[in-house]
Ligand binder design. Structure first.
Ligand SMILES: [Fe+2]
Length: 169
């Protein structure tokens, strides 16, 4: 994906004498452009979870509106057909207003367990890489089967979503 030409935009809009100036961000209009922004509301009952998973070709941001979650996040360091290698990055309680996000590698794996009936407002961005075969992919993880690899790294097997929901959902 091409970067945003910040310097050109900043020069064009300058600063306002009062208030602000703004610019629309143009991601380009190439024929095969696949970048999509998808806003979504998630409802997660007490004890239920957004199951542990990693991603490719997507990033996202998550804002709890009500409730409380235990949120764990991990950096995604490597991926093969059967597993992800990840490193713990965060483990904390979050409540309304505690924004979290995932990057392409950093904090890319996340796992939300609701402690009470909870809602989050999410913005999901897919299609970061026009050359990728899939617009995005999600890798559900069997965290209980994680194997320590030393230096805090974990190798975690992938599992089908139906099994992952039964075990972690
Ligand atoms: Fe996710």
């Amino acid at each position: 994906m091409d970067g945003i030409d910040f310097e050109r935009l900043a020069e064009r809009i300058g600063f306002a004498d009062l208030g602000v100036t703004t610019a629309r961000i143009d991601f380009g209009s190439e024929e095969h452009r696949t970048l999509h922004f998808l806003p979504k509301l998630f409802a997660v009952n007490a004890g239920r979870s957004i199951i542990p998973h990693g991603h490719s070709n997507m990033v996202s941001a998550h804002l709890p509106l009500t409730g409380a979650f235990r949120l764990r996040q991990y950096d995604q360091l490597a991926r093969d057909e059967h597993s992800l290698t990840i490193q713990p990055a965060l483990d904390r309680m979050i409540r309304a207003g505690d924004l979290s996000s995932i990057g392409e590698d950093e904090d890319n794996v996340h796992w939300f367990i609701a402690e009470e009936p909870s809602y989050t407002f999410d913005v999901i961005v897919t299609g970061l890489d026009d050359e990728a075969e899939q617009p995005y992919e999600i890798f559900n993880l069997d965290m209980e089967a994680a194997e320590p690899k030393g230096n805090g790294l974990l190798n975690v097997p992938l599992m089908p979503v139906s099994e992952a929901l039964l075990k972690y959902g």
